[in-house]
Design a protein around this ligand. Structure first.
Ligand code: GYE
Length: 322
């Protein structure tokens, strides 16, 4: 990610009387149209995120044009171009990867269509290309995972061999969750990441890659760090099929805290899940309305989150919304 909390206080500088060069009244008189270019449907998190965006658009009376890019950047770029051609009022998207967006974002800017980033950010030098970025602090999520592990293993004398299932290559959550986790565990040389590979945030790939890890290292593996719950759930299956006990023979940490993770924790198969909220819809709709009303927005809106170890899973489960 290119910017940090520092950005929280920086406003967009949008003048109250006009939005993207149009008078505010032009927005106020008609139903707002939002074009949203979603990443895909790769995980339980993503499904909950899509549902949050669709239902809150409806509730807010905003017309939503929605597309699913099937985890391909070229599809997202195509969708954004079609929203520009359709002259929507606001474009929002979760960039599948961090880089390669400047051209299409410049096209949106030239067409005077404001862009909101949700969930994932872009790595661009020009932050005038979007109004705001709302979503989680992925580096901090990685740190939380690391801190939980350091505490859990504090009495462990020998080496702690970790395998890592990374998210989509080049995506902000994969880059940042790795970075935050490494930053914490490097304080003690007993922690060693012995293998690290992408499972593309899906159950199927999480299982496949874990099978390969187990084949190569088997009983040597002490810990699995998965960048999301779905990959951890896939890996749990692989661990069981290899005749080992998940969360006992191998300590498992993952991120998102979706229902599937709670079920796994309650069944005693996952040790901890770090929360990452997909419920960004209401926030996005209010940002769309604020933009239309010419209100300035903070450049960065950070989602507040916590962590759920397996010991609290049964108690917390009924309260979970995704
Ligand atoms: O953790 C993962 C999803 O970008 C935060 O994408 C999101 C991540 C989430 O596929 O499950």
């Amino acid at each position: 990610m290119t910017f940090t909390r520092r950005a929280l206080v920086i406003s967009t500088g949008l003048a109250a009387a006009s939005v993207a060069g149009l008078p505010v009244s032009a927005f106020a008189q008609k139903k707002l149209v939002l074009g949203f270019a979603q990443v895909g449907a790769e995980s339980e998190w993503r499904t909950a995120n899509t549902e949050s965006i669709k239902s809150s658009a409806k509730e807010a009376g905003i017309e939503l044009k929605f597309s699913d890019a099937q985890q391909k950047q070229e599809n997202q770029i195509k969708a954004i171009r079609s929203y520009i051609a359709q002259k929507v009022d606001v474009i929002a998207f979760s960039p599948v990867v961090e880089t390669g967006w400047d051209t299409v974002l410049r096209e949106a800017k030239a067409a005077k269509i404001p862009v909101v980033l949700t969930d994932r950010s872009v790595n661009s030098k020009d932050d005038s290309l979007y109004v705001t970025f709302m979503g989680s602090d992925f580096v901090e999520e990685g740190r939380k995972a690391g801190r939980w592990l350091v505490e859990k293993m504090k009495d462990q004398k020998g080496e702690v061999n970790i395998v890592e299932l990374q998210g989509t290559v080049g995506s902000a959550p994969a880059i940042d969750r790795k970075k935050g986790f490494e930053e914490i565990i490097k304080a003690d040389p007993k922690f060693k990441i012995i293998r690290s590979q992408t499972g593309d945030f899906t159950r199927a790939k999480g299982k496949e890659v874990m099978e390969a890890f187990l084949k190569a290292d088997g009983k040597k593996i002490n810990v699995l760090y998965a960048h999301n719950d779905d990959m951890a759930i896939g890996a749990i299956q692989a661990i069981e099929e290899a005749g080992m006990k998940p969360a006992k023979d191998i300590t498992i940490i993952s991120i998102d805290a979706v229902k599937g993770a709670f079920e796994a924790m309650i069944a005693g198969k996952l040790n901890v899940s770090i929360e990452c909220s997909p419920l960004l819809g209401p926030q996005l709709m209010s940002a769309v309305k604020d933009i239309a009303a010419g209100k300035p927005l903070p450049k960065r809106i950070v989602t507040e989150e916590t962590i759920f170890p397996m010991e609290v899973a049964a108690k917390e489960f009924p309260k979970r919304k995704y």
